[in-house]
Design a protein around this ligand. Structure first.
Ligand SMILES: *Cc1c(COP(=O)(O)O)cnc(C)c1O
Length: 464
């Protein structure tokens, strides 16, 4: 029996007594569920983990085995599984109102969250959706619609970075540059331009990451000089290109991108879906862009910021797009079609907003950004043997993300490494030959030591 005693109470909709064994669950998941980002046939060799419970940084399977969730359940979890303080916030909200549509109605959680996100980002009027890709779609549509409302409808093209990732719905995929996700759907996508990625691994030998970022900014300038008349926005993942394999770059690129977007009248969209909420070491990665010189430096901020993933601590689907007052003002007026008529059924869901408010409270009450700085230094020391391993190249860190490339990785490396790490009680999913660790912020030193030992064992395993 998979069920635990506390699930024996008769709760309607509770599935727990229907599953006879872990094998029963695994065969039924293959028969009934279409898993994301998965060739389903691969589940024959690599069955998914059958998870019964979570506890802080731990995932616990139906046989009671424990795994460190070293990639925060696809980068969403910040404060661990079943966090009592987030649980309490959602439970409180459940007794009030679970959901109400946000057109023609409003509620305290969505207003409070919008005010706090605005204070944190220096942008205003938070628009909501349920996932990251939708946030990308919203930012792209808002940008193009802004130019239309201001009499420049020809400005409707987008430019993004090589190897960038902004989600996989058709609009988001058109600014995503990961061939594995994109190539098949190419005929469905609108053409959009790519400029070189400042990924520090691509620097010439002897060239500093900052010098390389400047060189990439020059390529961006060349593109904008030729195409600004038809370009609505540049979209970037600030500091870390996650799906590209945790490619990290120098923050000067963001400063230059801001300057160029100002000069060429192009919006700058910061996709902070993965790096927001402390992941990069600051609340938002954009905060690390150095101020441009001159007598009165303007704060470096994007025109749009896309947030999701960690926003609810990994509890509930929620995303948000915030923008400047001047963009907002261009939509305001008597004419309906000047307004932004986009919507999703679950826009501004109160339960998700309460989870997000609890997350922001945790950041404040526990001074999480400062605490993570100390934690990251300790984790980097713990991971020193990995950094020194003979197969490890380009060991890198940004905030609470560690990554390295593995030399000599052959096809199928990622799946083999994943399986070998599971045997060591660690859940990781390499991207190609890149192994990364992106732990929940509640991860302790002992758990990180277990991750380190597992990575070393996998790097040395003959079958990996
Ligand atoms: C995950 C991610 C997205 C897409 O978010 P979904 O919720 O998976 O649709 C977009 N941009 C970045 C940078 C991401 O990491």
């Amino acid at each position: 029996m998979i069920s635990t005693r506390r699930h024996r109470v008769l709760i309607i909709g509770a599935p727990y007594d229907n599953f006879k064994s872990m094998d029963d669950l695994l065969s039924r998941t293959r028969a009934a569920v279409w898993h994301p980002c998965t060739q389903m046939k691969d589940l024959e060799a690599t069955p998914p983990l059958a998870i019964a419970r979570g506890e802080g940084p731990w995932l616990i399977d139906t046989a009671g085995r424990r795994y460190v969730d070293a990639i925060s359940s696809w980068w969403v979890n910040l404060f661990g599984h079943c966090n009592p303080r987030i649980n309490a916030a959602i439970t409180d909200q459940l007794g009030r109102i679970e959901h109400v549509m946000l057109a023609g109605a409003t509620h305290e959680p969505v207003v409070a969250l919008s005010e706090r996100l605005s204070a944190l980002t220096a942008l205003g009027h938070a628009f909501y959706a349920s996932d990251g890709a939708s946030a990308t779609e919203i930012a792209l549509k808002m940008s193009a619609h802004y130019w239309r409302n201001t009499g420049r409808p020809e400005k409707n093209a987008f430019v993004s970075l090589q190897n960038g990732y902004h989600g996989e719905t058709v609009g988001a995929l058109s600014v995503t540059d990961i061939p594995l996700f994109r190539a098949t759907y190419e005929p469905l996508l609108r053409h959009s331009a790519r400029v070189p990625s400042p990924d520090a691994r691509l620097a010439a030998s002897g060239e500093s990451p900052a010098a390389f970022a400047e060189r990439c900014a020059a390529a961006l300038e060349a593109h904008l000089a030729a195409h600004a008349e038809t370009t609505a926005a540049l979209i970037v993942e600030p500091l870390v290109q996650g799906a590209a394999g945790m490619a990290m770059y120098d923050p000067i690129y963001l400063t230059r991108a801001r300057e160029l977007c100002d000069r060429y009248e192009v919006h700058l969209i910061a996709d902070e879906i993965a790096v927001g909420f402390g992941r990069s070491g600051t609340m938002f990665a954009f905060e690390q862009a150095p101020l441009p010189g001159g007598p009165a430096p303007k704060p470096v901020r994007p025109d749009f910021i896309c947030l999701s993933k960690g926003i609810t601590g990994g509890y509930l689907p929620l995303s948000s797009v915030l923008t400047t007052d001047s963009v907002y003002a261009a939509f305001y007026g008597d004419e309906t079609a000047r307004g932004f008529l986009h919507s999703h059924s679950y826009t501004g869901n109160p339960l998700a907003c309460r989870a997000a408010l609890a997350v922001l409270d945790l950041f404040e009450q526990d001074d999480v950004i400062a605490a993570n700085r100390a934690k990251a230094a300790t984790f980097t020391t713990i991971l020193a043997p990995v950094r020194a391993h003979r197969r490890v190249r380009h060991f890198r860190r940004c905030g609470m993300i560690w990554a390295f490339d593995v030399a000599g990785a052959t096809p199928g490396f990622a799946a083999r490494f994943h399986r070998a790490a599971l045997a060591q009680g660690v859940f990781v999913r390499p991207i190609g030959n890149v192994v990364y660790v992106m732990p929940p912020y509640v991860t302790g030193d002992d758990e990180m030591r277990q991750v380190c030992d597992a990575l070393l064992a996998c790097l040395d395993a003959p079958e990996v």
